[in-house]
Design a protein around this ligand. Sequence first.
Ligand SMILES: [Zn+2]
Ligand SMILES: [Zn+2]
Length: 477
Amino acid sequence: MSSVRATEAMRCIDQHADLIRGIAHEVWNYAELALHETRSAQCLAGALQDKGFELEVGVADMPTAFVATWGSGRPVIGFLGEYDALAGVSQEALPYRQKRESGDAGHGCGHNLLGAGAFGAAIGLKRALEAAGLPGTVKYFGCPAEENLSGKAFMAREGVFDDCDACFDWHPDQINRPSVGTTLANNAANFVFHGCSAHAAADPHLGRSALDAVQLMNMGVEFLREHVSQGARVHYVITGGGQQPNVVPPRAKVWYLVRSVQRAEVDDLWERVLQCASGAAKMTDTTYEVDMLKAIYNVLPNGPMTDLLFDCFERVGPPEFGKEAREFARQIAENISAEQRESAFRGRQIPDELRDKLLCDVVLPRPPKEDEPRGSTDVGDVSWCCPTARLRVACQVIGTPGHSWQYAAQAGMEIGYAGMLTAAKVMAEAAFEVATDERLLDRIKGDFKERTGGRPFESALQPDQKPALHQFGAEQG
Ligand SMILES: [Zn+2]
Ligand SMILES: [Zn+2]
């Protein structure tokens, strides 16, 4: 019975395919950075309002965070939307390198597709519930700053996800199946060192170099690297190192990101990174401050929800890549190295049967083992607040590097759009199952309770920590 009604959701998504594509393209064009996604958030929120959703804007002290709600009663089903871009990957929707004239940022992680696909799922579920005359609440979470600043962590701390019975997420990928496994928890901060300026040749003895402190901190961390747990990662970029070599830099700034599979391991590693900063300050007779940016959890999977996504993906089928998409794929594949392609096969557990394909046009079965945690997402925090599952849908040629111009190009044309529409359908189907099968929902909740031990979510953010609206603002030094 449910499959007939669920078709209602799929029909709705098909009917709105041009609208969903249009939203994805509009957000792709805006390509706005973390916590400055003003037009992108307005585009999605406006579209949801047009479809009868109630809006709450400026959630958790972030002007570009919003929640759109439709319906009433249980269950409460959430869809996670993202729309932030990345710096430095501006790219036209062309299969060769061509930076856009309009700016430096681009959708090199496909979050334009992510947000629009989640919109499709939300309106699809709404239609299916209406047609079936069933109760239920549909929530679209407009989550800013997934890259770098983790908007969901601040929303989770405010309890925004607490009343959800189940929350669905997806990400553009190179394969078609749900995610199985976890991600890396992480911390990020700016370390700002303060020294003393002096004429670099005439009075070097009067100077205390803040840049020296940054370099010594980095050296300390380089030696620390050998003594961290498997899978831990530490990255940094120097975002301020002085202005001219003949002046001892009085101020220098380094942005750190520290990751590990377990939240507790990040806490331990973070303490050791802080020691490197403190040691560097002592060695250089400088002072420093830590400007915390974020702290997030790894993803907590949900067994029954993941199984459900496998079933629904089978039923919906893979994305349909037309002639235009296939021709674009052929051309962009010339900009993907054999090593990148090989790495994708190993890292994503892609079966050898797909060796002769550029695009994954089949739904993959459950892989032999869990996915290696290769990156991080603030969906982690959501997954400790309510049962959450994640879908991956082919929106790029196999081997497309992450956070790249090749990725941004495909996110702005039919390869990405085909995958996005499929993602919307699979999530809407799965959500409708949850809304119509009480026993399934009991199993989902039981699995969640078992994995969390029934403990309430405790944010890893410092209690007084505010969203880092300044990080991509005017002041970048
Ligand atoms: Zn990303
Ligand atoms: Zn992403």
